[in-house]
Every structure is written in structure tokens, then in C-alpha cells.
Design a protein around this ligand. Structure first.
Ligand SMILES: *Cc1c(COP(=O)(O)O)cnc(C)c1O
Length: 401
């Protein structure tokens, strides 16, 4: 057995099988490239589901983390620390909102948004106790907690985890009339991804997000945008909602906010919404810790230059132009996405998306399959045009059979 086989065998023996990773064992990474334990190099076209928007080993983020490691890493929220105020102020400003509630993982931030909406519903909107309803979309992905999988329509994510949390209604994604019909006097929020990533990078029809914004404003319902995967540069703008000039009431952020260094997530909203929390009503031991704040502050500083949003726009146009040429060749049935983010539906004659991903891996390109026939392409935004073309060339070769 070589080092790869030994590592995979041990992972399978002692790690729970809740993932089915490609058979590559990464040892180091830099920029858009990863190197495995045998010394083989791979172009990373997944970027940790957008957690690595700014690349592996980003110098600015590593320097910020290292400097903070030497100062103080954890205080708990029992005390103030000197990076917290700056983090909240800067993140609120980036979002154009008043307040921030920091957590660690995306799922925790979604849970926090659900709690925020319900508390707002009872305290501010005047919904009768225990009656708050939150509307979500089918094919959503918002995380893995028991409450969140309660409103998933993916049988793999949901089965065998009941009893399920009530208080959610599921409507078809992209269907404004269905959403309008579902809103009632007890509806406190609509929770949506502006682009559905896990579902296969589904972009809603034009006018949908702005329609949701208009409807929720008219009916005194919070619009919660799960921008955990779509925000912070990926689509060519800071927030995917910007493409429809939409400002939601609540942003939920995660993934790239921690720069691929530490888990950092947050709920960001105005004071009339996030102001509902009183001491003791919600919290997290690690949420808003000094190391997380230091890294996220550097992420925010990087985003303020606009450089990565611009890169994602420019390289994204190139990516979608090149992928578009493959549609109708018999190998690719459809391509969706925005910026440096694409879902590519593979023709069944070429095998499953997993098989295509394995063939790409053999040629030095790492992507992730989803829903059987789709591969997801989302390289770090630091990728060079030459490297992107190198990856696309390998994709064309694999699709040519
Ligand atoms: C990844 C993701 C989550 C969950 O984040 P975790 O950090 O894995 O808990 C929620 N929503 C969306 C849109 C995501 O992409």
C-alpha cells in the first residue's frame, strides 16, 4: 500500500462515513493548487465550497492569524476583547447594516437567523406565541442541524432524523406566486439562497429576488438571504443579492468570512431586527473570538479593495463563455451560474458526475459532483487565467472521452 492507500484505509476504518471523498490525500496547498502525499499537484476547482475564495495560504490572512495567535486567541464573550468592536463595526459597514451577531459555522448562523426571525415575530410583529412561520424553498441547503434538516427536501440530508422541527413551509424555488400564496399573518421570514449552490448552482429567474424583496416588505416579513456560499466575491459582487439590486433584511454569512483559516459566521441586520436579543438569550463560546475576528477583519479589508469581485467578474465571463461552448456538443446538457461559479450538467452517456470528477482528478483537477449528474466548478478567486484555462483544457479532454 502506498501513502494514499494507507491514509484512505485508516480514514475509512476510524472516521465515520458521512462523506465520500475523492481518493486524493492532500498534504499542502498554496493559492489555487494542492499537493498530495505522493507529491502530485492538483488544481483546486472547488475552493472548500467557497470558503477558500482568497486562496490557500493567503499571505495577508496567514499574517493576520499569526499576529493574533501571539496576542490572544480566546476570551469567551464573558469579557470584551480588542478585536470584537472593530470586527462588528467593519462587517456591519460592509453589509450596510447596523449590527452583527457572530457565530462559527454556517449552520449555527442559520439557526441564529431562525431564532432572530421568531423572536422578532413575537416581540415586534406581534405574532401569537408558538405560531411563527418561516417560508423556505425546495432544494435548499442551509446546513445540517436537526432544525435545518427538518425543512430540507433532500432525502439523504433528512431521512431518519425526526421528529422534525415544525414552523416551516416549503415552496418551489423561483416561483413568486407560490411564495405569495404561502405568506400569512403569522409569517415572520422568508429564508432563501440567492443562488442555490448545493442544488447545482441554480440561479433563480430574473425578477425573482426583487419580487421577494417587494413582497416581504409589503407583508412585514423579514427577507433572510443565506449568502454563506454566494457572498464575499464569488459571483463578482460582494453579495449575490446585488445582481438584482436587492438588500435583504438579514444577511447570513460564513465560509469565506473565515478565509479558509478558521470557521467564522455571522448574522448581519439592522437594530430593529438584531436588537431583539437580550443578554443570555443566545450565544456561543467561540463565536466572535479574537482569532476569528482578526482573520475576518483581514477578509473584509481584502473585499473593500474590490479586486476579487472584479477578478470573479472578469474570469467568470471567460469561464462561462468557455463552458457555454460545450453545451450542445453531446457532452454537456446545461451550464448555470454567475461569476467564478458554475454547475455543469454532464450528459448521461459520459457516466455519472462522480465518474467524471474521478477522471478529472487523474488529470490533476479537483471538482465536486452533486445530484448525480452535475459537477460544480468554483476555483479560488486568486486563480490565474492561465491556470483556469489549464483546468478547462482538462475538462474538455475528459468530456471528449
Ligand atoms: C455551507 C452552507 C451552509 C452551512 O455551513 P456550515 O459551515 O457547513 O455549517 C449553509 N448554507 C449554505 C448556502 C451553505 O453553502
Amino acid at each position: 500500500m502506498n501513502a494514499t492507500e494507507r491514509s484512505i484505509a485508516a480514514a475509512e476504518a476510524h472516521g465515520a462515513h458521512n462523506y465520500h471523498p475523492l481518493p486524493v490525500v492532500v498534504a499542502t496547498a498554496e493559492g489555487a493548487w494542492m499537493t498530495d502525499v505522493e507529491g502530485r499537484r492538483y488544481l483546486d476547482m472547488l475552493a472548500g465550497y467557497s470558503a477558500l475564495n482568497f486562496g490557500h495560504g493567503n499571505r495577508r490572512l496567514l499574517d493576520a492569524a499569526k499576529a493574533q495567535l501571539e496576542r490572544v486567541t480566546l476570551t469567551s464573550r464573558a469579557f470584551h476583547h480588542d478585536r470584537y468592536a472593530e470586527f462588528c463595526t467593519e462587517l456591519a459597514a460592509l453589509c450596510g447594516k447596523d449590527m452583527v451577531l457572530p457565530m462559527n459555522t454556517g449552520a449555527e448562523a442559520i439557526e441564529t437567523a431562525v431564532k432572530t426571525a421568531r423572536k422578532w415575530g413575537y416581540r415586534v410583529k406581534g405574532v401569537p406565541d408558538g405560531r411563527a412561520k418561516i417560508i423556505v424553498a425546495d432544494n435548499n441547503f442551509h446546513g445540517r442541524t436537526t432544525t435545518i434538516v427538518s425543512f430540507s427536501t433532500d432525502p439523504e440530508a433528512r431521512a431518519d432524523y425526526g421528529p422534525y422541527t415544525p414552523g416551516f413551509e416549503i415552496v418551489p424555488y423561483g416561483d413568486l406566486a407560490a411564495l405569495e400564496a404561502a405568506v400569512d399573518e403569522n409569517t415572520v421570514a422568508v429564508l432563501l439562497e440567492p443562488i442555490q449552490g448545493e442544488a447545482g448552482v441554480l440561479v433563480p429567474p430574473p425578477g425573482y429576488l426583487s419580487g421577494v424583496r417587494r413582497l416581504t416588505a409589503e407583508r412585514n416579513v423579514l427577507f433572510i438571504a443565506d449568502e454563506i456560499q454566494s457572498a464575499l466575491g464569488r459571483t463578482g459582487s460582494t453579495f449575490a443579492c446585488e445582481h438584482e439590486d436587492v438588500v435583504p433584511d438579514v444577511y447570513v454569512l460564513g465560509k469565506a468570512l473565515g478565509g479558509g483559516v478558521v470557521p467564522v459566521s455571522a448574522v448581519v441586520a439592522d437594530r430593529d431586527v438584531l436588537g431583539v436579543f437580550r443578554p443570555g438569550e443566545h450565544g456561543s463560546t467561540f463565536g466572535g473570538n479574537p482569532l476569528a475576528c482578526a482573520v475576518a477583519l483581514e477578509v473584509i479589508a481584502i473585499l473593500k479593495t474590490g479586486e476579487y469581485q472584479e477578478r470573479a467578474t472578469r474570469l467568470g465571463e471567460h469561464l462561462h463563455h468557455e463552458l457555454g461552448l460545450l453545451v450542445g456538443t453531446g457532452a454537456v446538457e446545461a451550464v448555470r451560474g454567475r461569476g467564478l461559479w458554475a454547475g455543469v450538467d454532464i450528459a448521461p452517456s459520459l457516466g455519472t458526475a462522480r465518474e467524471v470528477s474521478e477522471r478529472l482528478m487523474e488529470r490533476g483537477v479537483l471538482v465536486k459532483d452533486t445530484h448525480g449528474s452535475t459537477i460544480r466548478i468554483a476555483p479560488p478567486l486568486v486563480i490565474s487565467k492561465e491556470d483556469l484555462d489549464w483546468g478547462l483544457e482538462r475538462l474538455r479532454a475528459v468530456l471528449a472521452g
